[in-house]
Design a protein around this ligand. Structure first.
Ligand SMILES: [Zn+2]
Length: 191
């Protein structure tokens, strides 16, 4: 009796599962599942690629003028290097331009791009050279700076990425802006 039962069990074929409609459904279900997995995989690859591009861009933003720290060190004084390449700030009233009243153009100390005209320089009383507008908006790059627990707008040279200073909205007319710059980031050309 037992022997017969085992034999019957072994001979059992789940035909109902493999009847044509069910089999077809199973097949299509499988293909849906695999295609979903395929899309999921492609989606994940796309997301990861985007993240990689963003991280790479943030770390190595390419400016038209790009040099290594060693090359910048050769070209700049220690203070100019710290301020422009390491986002430093010179002490107030110590720079060479806060009290400069000559007519001319202030250029980037790193790459020579024209940044500010003496006609837009004003007495801010801060001890840093201050301007109410750059020569051209495109010549400066403005980025949000959240360092030191403050939210400020950092100003960089758009050609080489040199840190110049910050811009505030408490400046004089006509723009109401105060570009608070480091003398160490600038080179003055008298006109
Ligand atoms: Zn520059």
């Amino acid at each position: 009796m037992l022997h017969y039962r085992i034999k019957r069990l072994l001979n059992f074929k789940p035909n109902f599962l493999l009847s044509k409609p069910v089999y077809k459904n199973l097949k299509s279900l499988k293909s849906v599942f695999t295609s979903k997995q395929k899309y999921m995989k492609q989606f994940l690859i796309l997301v990861l690629s985007c993240c990689c591009v963003l991280v790479t861009n943030a770390q190595t933003k390419k400016y038209p003028v790009t040099k290594t720290d060693a090359e910048w060190r050769k070209q700049l004084t220690a203070e100019q290097f710290t301020v422009t390449r390491k986002k430093g700030t010179e002490r107030a009233y110590t720079g060479v331009y806060w009290d400069n009243h000559q007519t001319g153009i202030y250029k980037c100390v790193c790459c020579g791009q024209e940044l500010f005209n003496s006609a837009t320089k004003f007495e801010s009383g801060t001890g840093w050279p201050s301007f109410w507008q750059p020569v051209k908006k495109a010549n400066v790059e403005e980025l949000t700076d959240n360092s030191y627990g403050m939210q400020r707008t950092e100003v960089n040279c758009s050609r080489c990425g040199a840190h110049l200073g910050h811009v505030f909205d408490d400046g004089p007319k006509p723009t109401g802006l105060r570009y608070c710059m480091n003398s160490a980031s600038l080179i003055f050309e008298k006109k």
